[in-house]
Design a protein around this ligand. Structure first.
Ligand code: NAD
Length: 249
């Protein structure tokens, strides 16, 4: 029995070829889900979905824009008739120091990483409430727990820490509707978000400081999403699952 058989899963930020989102979409499809990829570009989203199989869909969506989230939700629900799983994965980073954060970059980082989680959840919650079932998993980061450091600046840490609070509050509020809300908090995962921003020497140095002695793969995070999205975690809500090789022990 496939653990996501019959489930419909929406994943944001999943068009990037080497990203955590697309790895998650592929893994969810492998375990039986029908997948909806939401990313900034309509064509790239559709192509990413088609690369997994003809039964999957991809739509353009800017998670920082409520109308864009609502219209993506309408399209996804019109297509599949329901939504079982929402993975709030979209995110951006900017490696700067405190004094370098200007109002524009503060807004950009907070808008996508934090406001985007609220807006996309708001767009899908009416349907989940109607169904009296749903699982939402949100992307935080070890940067939230350790106070940043590797990729993101302090505004990124603030946004990802905000995600933890938002997810816990939603978990508490939505439990009676049988909607679970959890987070994953990865360490350094090798994707395009870090490409070109960290030297190979720096990566080797970070890997050596991790108890499991390596950086993470996108599939390491996809597997954590899979557990929290599926019924295997039916009695888990408001939790944050570390996927960091022991970086934060
Ligand atoms: P990535 O850059 O490959 O993927 C991010 C995706 O989000 C891209 O496809 C991008 O187009 C999309 N996106 C950006 N802004 C968007 C918006 N406004 N609306 C919709 N989509 C948008 O990076 P990734 O490493 O796969 O990152 C996925 C998530 O994991 C992010 O939230 C990131 O902050 C988080 N994360 C990554 C790491 C890491 O080391 N790679 C560690 C901890 C957390």
């Amino acid at each position: 029995n496939l653990i996501l058989e019959g489930k419909v899963a929406v994943i944001s930020g999943a068009a990037s070829p080497r990203g955590i989102g697309l790895a998650t979409a592929r893994m969810f499809a492998k375990y039986g889900a029908k997948v909806v990829i939401l990313d900034l570009d309509e064509k790239a989203s559709a192509e990413a979905a088609a690369s997994i199989g003809p039964e999957h869909r991809g739509f353009g969506c800017n998670v920082a824009d409520l109308d864009s989230c609502k219209s993506a939700a309408e399209r996804a629900i019109a297509e599949f008739g329901k939504i079982d799983i929402l993975i709030n994965n979209a995110g951006i980073t900017q490696p700067v120091k405190t004094q370098e954060i200007d109002p524009v970059s503060w807004e950009r980082i907070l808008d996508v990483n934090l406001r985007g989680v609220l807006y996309l959840s708001q767009a899908f919650l009416p349907q989940m409430k109607k169904q009296k079932a749903g699982s939402i998993v949100c992307m935080s980061s070890v940067s939230a727990q350790r106070g940043g450091g590797i990729l993101g600046g302090p505004h990124y840490s603030a946004a990802k820490a905000g995600v933890l609070g938002l997810a816990k509050a939603m978990a508490r509020e939505l439990g009676p509707d049988n909607i679970r809300v959890n987070c994953v908090a990865p360490g350094l995962i090798q994707t395009d978000i870090s490409a070109g921003k960290i030297t190979e020497d720096k990566k080797a140095e970070i890997a050596a400081s991790v108890p499991l002695c390596r950086l993470g793969f996108a599939d390491d995070v996809a597997a954590a999403y899979l557990y929290l999205a599926s019924d295997l975690s039916a009695y888990v809500t408001g939790h944050c699952l570390d996927v960091n090789g022991g970086m934060h022990i």
